[in-house]
Design a protein around this ligand. Structure first.
Ligand code: ADP
Ligand code: ADP
Length: 743
């Protein structure tokens, strides 16, 4: 396909700042330069475009160095009144034409994108006016007949219709969860109620996902007001019931745009006052405010924004129509969508909320939003909504298995409560298959799992044991004596293999003839049938935080860091953390590693350092190569680097398995556990006995027969044959160069 001829691209960040904007700017600049396109940044958004002069800067490879990990936006952002008027846009058009810019990448919220679209629509008339006023020549007007716009959505609220995630939303969720985890510990000590206000004028996403993933008691969002006319009554009743059931502390989340049924705003201090007045609750208010925008972007906000920035420039090169577009993320894929359609849909949600059409609003928000709300309502109760029917109650086992993955507890808590809520008995197995063999099985009560949502590790205990030989007999005996009807196994690849073993041994042991679901939990993300496994997002974030610190430690210049990350034979952690930290090279088992590669890379670094580079980063997956180990690679780099650079190696180790689960890991753990329990109950009730794994595949939750395991997995290396992220390597290779020129 022939590419469009582009001379010059402009890039800007506008509206509210959002963590991840820098990653997007860096990607746009690097991609443009690689394609031989000049690129200018407008400082302070539209203000820079209108003012011109020093506010419009030509960017080079070095201008976007060292910004990937920074919060905010290094090129600045502002609100600009002048740009709202034609006069301002006329000045902006002149500034663009003088620099031959007729392609713009605008990174901002719906306001900024609307402005960009208007600018593009007006462009012919603006150039005509400039020509008439003799500000530009005829030739200039003719050579810039149109202005192409591509938008990236930067907004922490995740409020734009058409993209699953906006730049900054994942980081905002993380900041909120950090704050809630901190509040949680003080709340437990004082048995208080905390009311926490988060951002979101027309969008309850941050509030809802945070409430769900923190185990809150109540949430106020704009899309779904409390059902009762007297919202305070409804709230107080819930808090009182939960306290009576044994909850020591309570947490209420409120989105800044929360409303009651009549459309009257519910303010966070009103919530606090009502709690005090009606039930004498010593409630404390925290308004998180700008904390949510601040700090270093998460791994996801860095790599997703990098991918989107790259895609924006590729789109301009490949596009065949003149409509303004947005580069969106849909179902874990990059999609180009019409800009105005998406803005209109976003606006219509705001209108529906204003018009109190809440059912329609929820419908437009999509199935997943509604399900999250329903799940929240169930999980936040003090007891099951249904009485147990002794004659029909199933006995369901829940267990962890394999290596630790943050989010295992979140999944167990959800499974237990969903199972109990459906009127069944739920039992926990201690320490994985070892516990199942030794019959360490305990019945769960609703409140047993109250505090499990946000803690890392495995409260149930986990173990890497896989059943063998006589173990199956013991397991069968224990399943029979416990009259077990279904099993949920939350774990990694070995637990999948064990589930398959149980299936294969059914003719020998009839007790295994029950439905089983495997829920993917592994920091390695090496499981088939899912794009993400529980724990991998937390591990990625632990890695990038460590690498940020390692990079900061580079006081001495000319140093290459070789960082080894986990993953066994799966390069997911290496690839994604490499993208998110700006590694020049990544070494993966999938791709292989030869001595020649290593020598080429050392030479690349040598040249780069000679040209002025000061720091280099190599991320290596732990089993990338049996012979070329991390110490070997570091020694080779050190020796061949000579006086030009020195080398430090870091093997990150178990920090990658620790820590509280990230909001995304909690969120997928909850979603998958809900679906898994639905599946088990449905199958066991109908006497159907499928053994499946559940996964989040292309944005959907679906099931995979466990028999397919052998077909989908590379059995030698315990990773899926098809891994969605492998194609991202081209971006690392492009951006890892020492300059725009091919080395
Ligand atoms: P966000 O992009 O975060 O939604 P704003 O709505 O404040 O933030 O928009 C940022 C800037 O974009 C405004 O200050 C203004 O310069 C420009 N802008 C917004 N809406 C329009 C519009 N309808 N026409 C022209 N410019 C606009
Ligand atoms: P929804 O409820 O609409 O599915 P989610 O918040 O679960 O919304 O996220 C939507 C999609 O965005 C996910 O399916 C995933 O592709 C992507 N996503 C969001 N956050 C992350 C993250 N931290 N890591 C990886 N992907 C993410």
């Amino acid at each position: 396909m022939s590419e469009n001829k582009i001379n010059c691209i402009g890039v800007m960040t506008s509206g509210g700042d959002a963590p991840g904007m820098n990653a997007a700017v860096r990607a746009v600049v690097k991609t443009a330069l690689i394609h031989g396109i000049d690129v200018y940044a407008f400082y302070q958004g539209y203000q820079g475009m209108v003012d011109g002069g020093a506010m419009i800067k030509k960017m080079d490879w070095g201008s976007v160095g060292g910004i990937l990990h920074k919060g905010g936006t290094v090129i600045g952002t502002a609100r600009c009144m002048e740009f709202r008027k034609r006069e301002g846009r006329l000045r902006a058009a002149l500034n663009l034409i003088e620099r031959k810019i007729d392609n713009l990448v605008v990174i901002g919220g719906d306001g900024s994108l609307t402005g960009a679209n208007l600018f593009s629509e007006e462009w012919p008339s603006l150039t005509e006016e400039l020509l008439k006023k003799k500000k530009i020549s005829k030739a200039q007007a003719l050579s810039h007949p149109k202005l192409s716009i591509v938008g990236l959505v930067g907004s922490i609220d995740n409020d734009l219709s058409g993209t699953d995630m906006t730049i900054g939303a994942d980081t905002a969720l993380r900041r909120i969860s950090e704050a809630l985890d901190a509040i949680d510990s003080t709340a437990s000590s004082h048995q208080r109620t905390f009311v926490v206000e988060v951002m979101g004028r027309n969008c309850g996403y941050l509030a809802l996902i945070s409430a769900l993933s923190s185990g809150a008691d109540y949430v106020f969002i704009p899309e779904r007001p409390p059902e009762s006319d007297d919202w305070a009554e409804e709230l107080c009743e819930k808090i009182t019931t939960n306290k009576k059931a044994g909850k020591k502390k309570s947490l209420v989340l409120i989105a800044e745009g929360a409303k009651d049924k009549n459309g009257t705003p519910i303010r966070s201090y009103d919530v606090v006052d009502e709690l005090k007045k009606r039930i004498n609750e010593d409630a404390r208010l925290t308004i998180l405010g700008h904390v949510q925008r601040g700090g270093a972007p998460t791994a996801f906000d860095r790599y997703m924004s990098t991918v989107l920035g790259y895609a924006a420039v590729r789109y301009l090169l490949e596009k065949d129509d003149d409509q303004s577009k947005i580069i969106a993320l849909q179902k874990n894929k990059v999609k180009v969508i019409p800009l105005m359609e998406s803005i209109k849909n976003t606006q219509s949600i705001a209108d529906l909320i204003a018009g109190k059409e809440f059912d329609k609003t929820i419908r437009l928000r999509g199935g997943s939003f509604r399900e999250s709300l329903e799940t929240f309502n169930t999980l936040s109760n003090a007891k099951p909504s249904k009485k147990r029917d002794k004659d029909h109650a199933l006995n369901i086992l829940v267990m962890n298995s394999g290596t630790l993955a943050p989010g295992m507890n979140t999944a167990v808590r959800t499974a237990v409560r969903i199972g109990l809520d459906k009127g069944h008995n739920v039992f926990g197995v201690r320490n994985g298959f070892k516990g199942l063999i030794e019959n360490h099985i305990e019945e769960f009560k609703w409140m047993d799992v109250e505090d499990w949502t946000s803690v890392g590790g495995s409260e149930l205990g986990t173990n890497r044991k896989q059943p063998k030989n006589r173990d199956f007999y013991e397991i069968s005996k224990n399943l029979e004596s416990g009259n077990i009807h279904a099993i949920l196994i939350i774990g990694g690849i070995y637990s999948y293999a064990s589930a398959l073993d149980l299936l294969k041994k059914r003719s020998e042991f009839p007790a295994f003839d029950i439905p089983i679901v495997c829920l993917p939990a592994s920091i390695n993300n090496n499981l088939p049938g899912t794009d993400f496994s529980v724990g991998s997002d937390t591990a990625l974030n632990s890695i990038i935080e460590a690498v940020d610190k390692i990079k900061e430690s580079a006081v001495a210049s000319n140093r290459v860091f070789v960082v080894e990350v986990m993953g066994r034979y799966c390069g997911f952690l290496a690839m994604l953390s490499g993208l998110a930290t700006g590694a020049e090279r990544i070494y993966l088992h999938e791709k292989g590693l030869s001595l020649q590669d290593l020598q080429d890379d050392v030479n690349m670094f040598k040249k780069a350092f000679e040209e002025g580079k000061r720091m280099g980063l190599v991320v290596k997956s732990e089993y990338a190569n049996k012979i070329y180990t991390t110490p070997f690679i570091s020694a080779l780099y050190e020796e061949d680097g000579g006086d030009i650079f020195d080398v430090r190696q870091t093997i990150l180790g178990h920090v990658q398995q620790g820590g509280n689960p990230s909001p995304f890991d909690r969120s997928i753990a909850i979603k998958m556990a809900v679906k898994a329990m639905d599946f088990l109950v449905k199958k066991a009730t109908k006497n159907k006995h499928d053994v499946v794994s559940i996964g989040l595949h292309g944005g959907h939750l679906d099931y995979q027969n466990i028999e397919d395991l052998e077909r989908l997995v590379d059995v030698n290396y315990h990773r899926p044959k098809d891994q969605w992220w492998t194609k991202l390597e081209q971006i690392i290779n492009l951006f890892g160069r020492s300059s725009a020129k091919k080395s």
